[in-house]
Design a protein around this ligand. Structure first.
Ligand SMILES: C[S@@+](CC[C@H](N)C(=O)[O-])C[C@H]1O[C@@H](n2cnc3c(N)ncnc32)[C@H](O)[C@@H]1O
Length: 451
């Protein structure tokens, strides 16, 4: 068959569709992937290949783009051609695809998606890329490690530099608190471990919702118990949707760090009434489902509150297996609560945040965020934390949490509030890390309103 008529390999075509949707429609890779896999009829190994190609190319573009640029003779490159090149570079430098296969399938792909014009360019660039390995390319395109450590790590591990700066600051903060282990010597070892963990796909962790499922049932489905949450089980592989307890809503897919945050709220010591719980920012409902199950066991009721109506619908679905009446789902703006002050005994405010602690889950998110997002988010976080404290009765407990370790939206929000208000004490605080704990970088501060 002539080169021109060779059919395009379907997993690569599907991966390119994902990159295109992420670039042109601002799609989320993890949401668009299942649709694309269905459209191309891909399952099993083909589906896994598409997922690796698309996620890897998007996640690593901060390294792949300078490599591609170093191989160009003219500076300008059509966006659709760059997408094909990113997929090709990922296969050459980070997967075990033979060079000839990575190059010829990329040439076929650009012919089918853009046209014959850039086929020669794709061939030439990928041939140049294939002459060196990943370490050689990092040495070539990344700033020098000894003179610009953060710049080097940003390129080598494909993170925006401003994100690396904030993560370095957060790690150093852990060291000051005595919780850290790493970068006191300033050689970047721990920071590098964190950035590398951000680039590794997370393990699939399930939660057995108490009263509905137990960990033994999930272990029998091929899982291994987690060490931080007594309800967590790591799946060895396969589709979690195929586990009956998950399909029935008695268990769910939930990062162990999120389970630990929900437990911090449910298990904080509390004197007096313990009947009314509030999850102020509940969508899509992972923590609400665990909290609702724990509340039901204790005879308490959870209000799961969420601003966005469509996310409130997701909460309702997440809690569908819980006993009737144990969770009330409510859509509304947390900044303007629909309940009287002091209604609740326990409140979780899992605040909207940059998500810079969950980068491994969302390949494109690091490229979508900008430093200015922090200003808007921090202002909202401060308001929501104040509402949470007003919503809890004197003596009640509030847990403030984020899936971000960034100081401005974690310790600074809490410490700013403690300085502003005279009625609250912090009783506990933790910061989890992907490279230390195998979880998302969840932050939680447990606060008690003085009686
Ligand atoms: C970090 S997510 C919560 C994750 C959730 N707790 C879980 O475990 O599935 C933050 C949520 O806050 C919601 N949100 C944003 N602004 C809000 C507001 N003003 N009031 C209530 N919820 C808000 C977002 O729509 C988002 O669903």
């Amino acid at each position: 068959m002539s080169e021109r008529r060779r059919p395009v390999d379907r997993p690569r075509r599907a991966a390119l569709d994902v990159l295109t949707a992420v670039r042109t429609d601002e799609a989320y890779a993890n949401l668009v992937l299942p649709q694309v896999l269905r459209k191309h009829g891909l399952e099993g190994r083909d589906a896994a290949l598409t997922t690796e190609l698309a996620s890897g190319a998007i996640r690593m573009q901060g390294l792949y783009d300078p490599i591609i640029d170093a191989c160009l003779t003219k500076p300008r490159l059509q966006a659709g051609v760059r997408d094909v090149l990113r997929l090709g570079v990922h296969q050459l430098l980070s997967m075990r695809v033979p060079d000839h296969a990575a190059i010829s399938t990329s040439v076929d792909l650009v012919r089918a998606s853009v046209g014959q014009g850039p086929a020669g360019l794709v061939n030439a660039v990928l041939r140049k890329v294939s002459r060196r390995d990943l370490d050689d390319w990092v040495a070539e395109v990344a700033p020098d490690r000894t003179t610009d450590l953060l710049g080097h790590l940003a390129t080598a591990h494909s993170h925006p530099r401003w994100v690396v700066e904030l993560l370095a600051e957060a790690l150093a903060d852990g060291d000051r608190d005595g919780g850290g282990s790493g970068d006191r010597d300033g050689d970047g070892t721990e920071l590098e471990a964190l950035l590398a963990a951000d680039n590794a796909p997370p393990r699939v962790t399930l939660v057995a919702r108490p009263g509905l499922a137990d960990v033994e049932e999930l272990e029998a489905a091929g899982g291994t118990r987690t060490s931080l949450s007594p309800y967590g089980v790591v799946l060895a592989g396969g589709d979690p949707g195929g586990v009956p307890a998950v399909a029935e809503g008695r268990a769910g897919v939930q990062d162990e760090g999120s389970q630990v945050v929900a437990l911090a709220m449910a298990q904080a010591a509390l004197e007096g009434r313990d009947e009314r719980w509030l999850d102020l920012c509940a969508g899509p409902g992972g923590k609400a489902a665990l909290l609702g199950a724990l509340a039901a066991e204790r005879g308490a009721v959870l209000v799961a509150h969420e601003r966005q109506p469509h996310r409130a619908t997701l909460v309702a679905s997440a809690v569908r297996a819980l006993p009737a009446g144990s969770v009330h789902v409510l859509a509304g703006d947390g900044a303007r609560p629909a309940w009287v002050p002091g209604t609740f005994d326990r409140v979780l405010v899992d605040a909207p945040c940059t998500g810079l602690g969950a980068l491994r889950r969302r390949p494109e998110s690091r490229w979508r965020r900008a430093p200015r997002d922090l200003d808007v988010l921090v202002a909202l976080q401060q308001v929501l934390l104040d509402v949470a404290l007003e919503s809890v009765r004197p003596g009640g407990v509030v847990v403030y949490a984020t899936c971000s370790p960034v100081r401005a939206e974690t310790v600074e929000v809490v410490e700013g509030m403690l300085g502003r208000r005279g009625d609250t004490d912090e009783v506990d605080r933790f910061q989890l890390w992907p490279h230390r704990d195998g979880t998302d970088a969840m932050f939680a501060s447990t606060l008690r309103r003085r009686a």
